[in-house]
Design a protein around this ligand. Structure first.
Ligand code: GCO
Ligand code: MN
Ligand code: MN
Length: 389
């Protein structure tokens, strides 16, 4: 491992066309910088050491493009990808910008909108396959409500399920072999978005016809907006074997969706997230779903992109250091108390184990007196992160 923190394709960093291409528009103000063409983004990301670039259908092809225009844009993009050695690991559909989706796409109360959403997604899956994507993300940005008097809570779940089952079969019938990653978010742009958390998605996946094709695409900012601990959510997804993709960024809790540069805000959680991803052997893309601050010009955009990747690499190096630090490892070892005999009783139920456990006497007061040394361990971690270890 090198320690110059220079991103390389082997690090598997990806950005969306929509992320570095973000023009700084917000609900209160117009664009503050021009958009870049897809080939320009490909060239710049390759220069910075990224591995790939992801897209929504309409990041590349406008929703009202003619067939000829579509083919030209796709050909130019493909040429840039091959010129600069970037890949497209993930594709997704824009089911949120156009007014047709203002009250939902797969969960619209209007059957015509639901059908159009399916049609648009199939075309977008065709495009993703043409570009080599193997993961297909569903982020239901408009799938939610402000008005629960609409009475569609149960229907929406069923419509969403039918759509995913349909599209999984479409992928198979076309031989695309996609793995689908569902992205939870609690709110914004809807007042309440369906499937607000990783746990909701995991529960829902189990109800699909082919659950093995579906996993989760968790996002740092989405859990943080809701005041949740993102590393805990990702651990649960890994435990379920469902980490199909990941969106990295940062966010202050309880605010509007900020999409900050990775590591810009919650460094400690970012550290434990990187450590979790690296220690678990996650080998998928490290995708940054963030954008440069609205204050920035083009130079600021590339500084932002480089910063996301460098911070990940620095935290990865800190995780290695954590795993090798003798004092930290001693504190960790002291934290855990193993007891082989008791573990053999508790690992698996049997009538004998249950009876032996019930007969056992525990010194509850003594167990309650033990200090686990977590203050010491946490301070060592902080000092490591501050660079003084
Ligand atoms: C958001 C989401 C999106 C999705 C994207 C890809 O908060 O806007 O995170 O950026 O990730 O649509 O599915
Ligand atoms: Mn987001
Ligand atoms: Mn996202």
């Amino acid at each position: 491992m090198t320690s110059d923190f220079q991103p390389r394709p082997a690090d598997r960093f990806t950005f969306g066309l929509w992320t570095v291409g973000n023009v700084g528009r917000d609900p209160f103000g117009e664009a503050t910088r021009p958009g870049f063409s897809a080939p320009h983004i490909v060239q710049k990301l390759a220069e910075l050491g990224a591995y790939g670039v992801n897209l929504h259908d309409n990041d590349l092809v406008p929703i009202d493009a003619s067939a000829g225009e579509r083919d030209r844009l796709v050909a130019e993009f493909q040429q840039a990808l091959s010129d600069h050695g970037l890949v497209v690991p993930m594709a997704t559909t824009n089911l949120f910008s156009d007014p047709v989706f203002k009250d939902g796409a797969f969960t619209s109360a209007d059957a015509r909108v639901r059908a159009y959403a399916l049609q648009k997604t199939m075309h977008s899956m065709d495009l993703g396959h043409e570009l080599g994507a193997q993961t297909y993300v569903f982020w239901g940005g408009r799938e939610g409500t402000e008005v629960d008097a609409s009475g569609k809570l149960l229907d929406a779940l069923a419509w969403f399920r039918d759509s995913l089952n349909f599209l999984a079969e479409y992928s198979q019938s076309q031989g695309y072999g996609y793995r689908f990653a569902l992205e939870p978010k609690p709110n914004e742009p809807r007042g309440d978005i369906f499937f607000p958390t990783a746990g909701s998605m995991l529960g829902f996946i189990a109800t699909l016809d082919q659950p093995e094709l579906f996993g989760v695409n968790p996002e740092f900012a989405h859990d943080t907006m809701a005041g949740l601990n993102f590393a805990h959510a990702v651990a649960q997804i890994i435990d379920a074997g469902k980490l199909f993709h990941i969106d990295l960024n940062d966010q202050k809790p309880g605010r509007f969706d900020q999409d900050l540069r990775f590591g810009a805000e919650n460094l400690k959680t970012a550290f434990f997230l990187v450590k979790l991803l690296e220690d678990s052997g996650y080998d998928g893309p490290r995708h940054f779903d963030a954008h440069a601050l609205r204050t920035e010009d083009e130079a600021g955009v590339w500084a932002f992109a480089r910063g996301c990747m460098r911070t990940y690499l620095i935290l990865r190096d800190r995780a290695r250091q954590f795993n090798e630090d003798p004092e930290i490892q001693a504190a960790l070892a002291a934290y855990r108390v193993e007891d082989a005999e008791l573990s053999s009783l508790t690992r698996q139920f049997s009538p004998e184990n249950a009876q032996a456990l019930k007969n056992r006497t525990f010194d509850r007061a003594l167990l309650g007196q033990r200090g686990p040394g977590l203050e010491h361990l946490d301070q060592l971690t902080v000092e490591l992160l501050l660079g003084v270890r």
